[in-house]
Design a protein around this ligand. Structure first.
Ligand SMILES: Nc1ncnc2c1ncn2[C@@H]1O[C@H](COP(=O)(O)OP(=O)(O)O)[C@@H](O)[C@H]1O
Ligand SMILES: [Mg+2]
Length: 250
């Protein structure tokens, strides 16, 4: 498989008991893509992301990550593959008992390969990368604003310098200014780090600012994955109502 193909989903079927959530999802994500995944509430967007990173096993179909079948290889090889992506889960939960520094350090400590000094230096570097100040390192999650905790969660997702970044509704619940600056940050990181980004969003300004392509999840599959401009022209009931909602909001 083409090594530039970061993610390939083929005929992915996913069910929880009797609940058939995904029924034949095909999707390719190329290196350096920014793909926005949109779909109704409960349509399976989070489930799809979880399949990409192996948190769910498909009922049928295949998932390829970095050109290899997701579950290929021994434990060690799977661990290595796991370090190549970073995730910001929906609601981006930080470990509430850990301060900012220890939250960001968590994946670095799990490697068990770095000296404490190196870890501290990397945490400082990641903080700067998400435009937070060194003194923020000692704050506890409860002391952070919504925008700041989202940035800390992003810094943690970037800790191991992933090639692929998955963001599940990263701007949900942020006020418009915070949302705009978070999106600008993701854009800059994509450009500077050459990282491939998949993000779930409902937010039109996020779509406009970020998406290279829009992958539309409807009818339990990806019905299109083309540019925003082309997506808006498509004649599909979900797509029509989705963008109608946007134009009404202005
Ligand atoms: N761990 C789970 N166990 C059982 N059902 C689940 C689980 N996760 C998601 N679902 C179901 O799968 C469907 C899709 O959920 P989800 O992927 O969270 O949707 P979205 O992120 O698009 O809102 C829903 O019907 C939800 O109830
Ligand atoms: Mg979700």
């Amino acid at each position: 498989m083409n090594p530039k193909k970061v993610v390939a989903l083929r005929g992915l079927i996913s069910r929880f008991g009797d609940n058939l959530v995904l029924n034949g999802v095909d999707l390719d994500i190329m290196a350096d893509d920014i793909v926005a995944l949109v779909g109704g509430s409960g349509s399976g967007k989070t489930t799809l992301l979880r399949h990409i990173i192996g948190l769910h096993r498909p009922a049928a179909g295949e998932v390829f990550l970095f050109g290899e079948p997701l579950f290929a290889g021994n434990y060690l090889e799977q661990q290595v593959r796991r370090r190549r992506f970073g995730v910001l889960f929906q609601q981006g939960a930080l470990f509430s008992a850990f301060n900012v520094r220890d939250n960001i350090a968590f994946p670095l400590r799990e490697l068990k390969a770095l000296e404490e000094e190196e870890i501290q230096a990397l945490v400082a570097y990641k903080l700067a990368m998400v435009e937070l100040e060194p003194e923020h390192a000692l704050l506890m999650p409860a002391q952070l604003s919504g925008g700041m905790s989202r940035r800390v969660a992003l810094a943690r997702a970037l800790a191991l310098e992933p090639e692929l970044l998955l963001l599940d509704e990263p701007t949900a619940g942020l006020d418009p200014d915070r949302s705009t600056s978070f999106v600008a940050l993701v854009r800059r990181l994509h450009r500077q780090l050459g990282i491939t980004v998949v993000l779930v969003t409902h937010d039109v300004s996020t779509l406009l600012a970020l998406a290279g392509r829009v992958a539309v999840l409807a009818d339990r599959r990806i019905v299109s994955a083309v540019s925003l401009e082309e997506t808006m022209k498509l004649d599909h009931p979900f797509i029509q109502s989705f963008f109608q909602l946007f134009s009404k909001r202005g």
